[in-house]
Design a protein around this ligand. Structure first.
Ligand SMILES: [Zn+2]
Length: 331
């Protein structure tokens, strides 16, 4: 029997699964190492696969890896990721060297979009977008059945769409007024600081007091306080919703999808707060027909299913770019 390995290297968790064509058979979830050298993560992946499914290693046909970016697609290396304290993360070559089989490495959102086509909501859909709302904001896009890859594998960095060109809020990338500046979980402390420095008095806001004391707030804290009626949390969520509706409207106007699925921890944990107001604001800002918009039903495993889909049915463009790595190493 032939097996596939799917790996999803996330900013906080790494998921590794053994699978067949039909789906995942067994999986392991571990914390992604934050420190180390360029081989720390690939060594961990090799150790887990060998330790857990060692007797099946000879039957592994293809390994698909979905990873946080940015990615040097040709070399299968993550470069200068803002999420971990490693300058480079080597994924393609060490896995090929160890397992002596074909490996594909792609951006996690790009993979997730392909996962939707094979295992999720887009099985019979040729034009759709997958969006993640998490520590950052990203997308994977399929147009006319083709997965968009881009020259470096970083197509659809939609989190850096400018949703307010006059904004004072800085994005993690250094730009201003980007969608991710407002809606990236990682950037929420900066937005809170901006709101507090505008001169509005948030009387009775416990969250404002916490921020003033230097507490490092994250998305969970913001949404917890939002549910308790905190006025600063309300303004933060309000900006989050407006920026996300603006960003999504731009994405819909750009790609004309039939379907938009949304994943990522910030969205999936707060669908009750976010879904309805975001969809309502989009409808006034698009020139094409409104697509179906819904949370991904693959949940936290959307990247893992994406990695599996990439292994089972690698898109043509990816094959052109990465298939030669295996052949070169094998000869
Ligand atoms: Zn940016």
């Amino acid at each position: 029997m032939n097996y596939y390995i799917a790996v999803d290297v996330g900013a906080s968790k790494t998921r590794i699964a053994i699978a067949n064509v039909r789906g995942i058979l067994d999986k392991v979830v571990v914390n992604t190492p934050r420190d180390g050298d360029e081989y720390t993560i690939s060594n961990l992946i090799i150790k887990i696969i060998s330790g857990k499914w060692g007797q099946l290693v000879g039957n592994i046909r293809v390994i698909g890896v979905a990873t946080i970016g940015p990615l040097d697609l040709k070399r299968g290396v993550v470069v200068n990721t803002p999420n971990l304290n490693m300058k480079r993360i080597e994924l393609l070559k060490p896995l090929i060297d160890f397992f002596k089989t074909q490996v594909y490495v792609v951006n996690d959102c790009v993979a997730a979009a392909w996962g939707e086509k094979h295992y999720g909501d887009a099985v019979n859909v040729d034009n759709y977008v997958y969006i993640t709302l998490s520590t950052g904001v990203g997308a994977g896009v399929v147009v006319n059945g083709e997965l968009l890859i881009g020259k470096m594998g970083n197509a659809h960095e939609v989190g850096h769409i400018v949703v307010d060109f006059d904004s004072d809020i800085r994005c993690g990338c250094g730009g201003r007024g980007h969608w991710e500046a407002y809606a990236g979980g990682r950037n929420l402390p900066r937005v809170a600081e901006y709101l507090l420095n505008r001169g509005i008095i948030y009387s009775g806001s416990e969250l404002a007091e916490l921020v003033k004391k230097g507490f490092a707030l994250d998305a969970k804290v913001v949404f917890d306080y939002y549910r308790r009626g905190d006025p600063l949390a309300k303004d933060l969520v309000d900006l989050y919703v407006k920026a996300t509706a603006a960003g999504l409207a731009s994405v819909i106007n750009s790609y004309d999808p039939e379907l938009v699925t949304i994943g990522g921890g910030v969205f999936l944990n707060n669908i009750d707060v976010l879904y309805e107001p975001i969809v309502r604001l989009i409808s006034g800002n698009i020139v094409t027909e409104m697509p179906i918009i819904k949370p991904t039903r693959l949940g936290d495993d959307v990247g893992l299913y994406g990695a599996l889909a990439i292994a089972v049915d690698p898109p043509r463009k990816l094959k052109e770019i990465q298939s030669s790595s295996y052949t070169r190493n094998a000869t």
